[in-house]
Design a protein around this ligand. Structure first.
Ligand SMILES: Nc1ncnc2c1ncn2[C@@H]1O[C@H](COP(=O)(O)OP(=O)(O)OP(=O)(O)O)[C@@H](O)[C@H]1O
Ligand SMILES: [Mg+2]
Length: 392
């Protein structure tokens, strides 16, 4: 391999997406035919770890050997409230007696950076195989409101994965490029709402020609797709408890399965009004294991999410106050992140920002990675037809 390409990476808590520029075309890395690569790793008691699509299959059967949402921990101390919340919501044993949290796996302890490195390294290898080139440098995105230790942690994780980060750019700036705003250079005030797996990030970005500058960030690090899944699972467990006095939240394996099934329900409800939810031997009633079979409709789910949607409104309103922008000052509202496909989320954003200026990325889960990949042009030795974008 003599040629070298620069990889653009959106390392997300739910999924990692990466791409390279071939001329001015974005080519995304594929994992088993899918460009959405789950940020999931399965660490067996013995033998090699499995990352991405193939790790997903182990989540239900072996939740205490399967790590997901590791991004939530990167750069945080064990004493952080966010770490405590993570520990409370996972079947994974975490050691919080050391200054930084550590996963206590039967095969040994692993730091969040090592786990992140395994995912990033896997994506790099997939890219090298697909494009037949050496990849040693990357442009990566990070949440505009990431905790202070995040930058160092992700640089270390990338280094372990044999990648030098030549640029770390704000996710909302990458999203603005994915929305193709650089093709219409003008002066704009942009609000980017990124509803991802673990966080809801809202950013104010000013576009001046080809220059994009974040001027304000807001967000909630306890408000993402994972939290919607938990809220829906809790509501369903509450209904089961009322009828049977059986508490589904107390059994780690079943609770994990219920949360994962709720994630699927959430995705379905973005396209249909109601969807079945089935889970074998979900609870015990009358001394027997019983299956859970129900139909979840949008109003039921939206009631479960009402408090979270209230926070979506508050986060946006708070950012407007801090930037001094009135809703009508905003020229464009960009929606990205997998969660932006949820109808009640879209309606919530439209209740605070001008509905006619909202633009959702065509593929909202891919948008940030597409922007990161466009920005690799600045570091490529091959000539590119792309304009010289300025992103800070
Ligand atoms: N069609 C859909 N409808 C509803 N939710 C969806 C849909 N597709 C994906 N999601 C949810 O979007 C979330 C993942 O979004 P995304 O890939 O943007 O997150 P991420 O970038 O990994 O996370 P973060 O930005 O918080 O680090 C998950 O919670 C997933 O369940
Ligand atoms: Mg994201």
């Amino acid at each position: 391999m003599t040629r070298e390409l620069v990889l653009g990476i959106d390392f997300g808590s739910a999924s990692t997406i990466a791409g390279v520029l071939v001329g001015s075309r974005i080519e995304l890395v594929q994992d088993a035919g899918d460009s959405v690569i789950p940020s999931v790793i399965y660490v067996p008691d013995r033998g090699d770890s499995v990352v991405g699509r193939r790790a997903i299959a182990h989540q239900i059967a072996e939740p205490s050997n399967t790590i997901r949402s590791v991004k939530r921990l990167l750069g945080l101390d064990s004493s952080s409230e966010l770490v405590r919340r993570f520990a409370a919501s996972t079947a994974l044993p975490l050691d919080l007696t050391t200054p930084r949290p550590m996963f206590k796996l039967r095969s040994g302890a692993q730091a969040p950076e090592q786990v992140a490195a395994a995912i990033i390294g896997y994506v790099r290898t997939l890219a090298e195989q697909r494009f037949g080139v050496r990849i040693r440098r990357a442009v990566m995105t990070m949440s505009a409101g990431a905790p202070p230790g995040y930058r160092d942690a992700i640089i270390r994780a990338s280094k372990i994965a044999h990648l030098e980060l030549v640029d770390l750019i704000a996710e909302p700036v990458a999203a603005s490029l994915a929305l193709d705003l650089h093709s219409y250079p003008g002066n704009r005030r942009i609000i980017v709402c990124d509803f991802g797996g673990s966080t809801f990030d809202v950013s104010a970005v000013v576009q001046q020609g080809l220059r994009f500058t974040p001027v304000g960030v807001g967000g909630d690090h306890l408000l993402g797709g994972d939290d919607l899944d938990d809220a829906l699972a809790n509501t369903i467990a509450g209904v089961v408890y009322k009828k049977t006095r059986y508490d589904m939240t107390r059994e780690v394996t079943r609770w994990t399965e219920l949360v994962l099934r709720c994630e699927n329900v959430k995705r379905q409800l973005s396209v249909v009004e109601n969807t079945p939810l089935a889970m074998r031997e979900a609870f015990t009633a009358d001394g027997k294991r019983q299956d859970l079979r129900t139909v979840v409709d949008r109003p039921f789910a939206e009631r479960a999410w009402a408090t979270l949607m209230h926070r979506v409104r508050e986060v946006i309103q708070d950012l407007l106050v801090r930037t001094g922008w009135a809703p009508e000052d905003v020229d464009l509202v960009g929606l990205v992140g997998g969660g932006s496909m949820i109808p009640v989320f879209q309606a919530t954003v439209a209740s605070v920002l001008p509905a006619d200026r909202i633009r959702r990325a065509d593929q909202p889960e891919l948008a940030v990675a597409q922007g990161a990949t466009l920005l690799t042009a600045r570091h490529s030795r091959t000539s590119s037809e792309l304009p010289n974008l300025v992103a800070t």
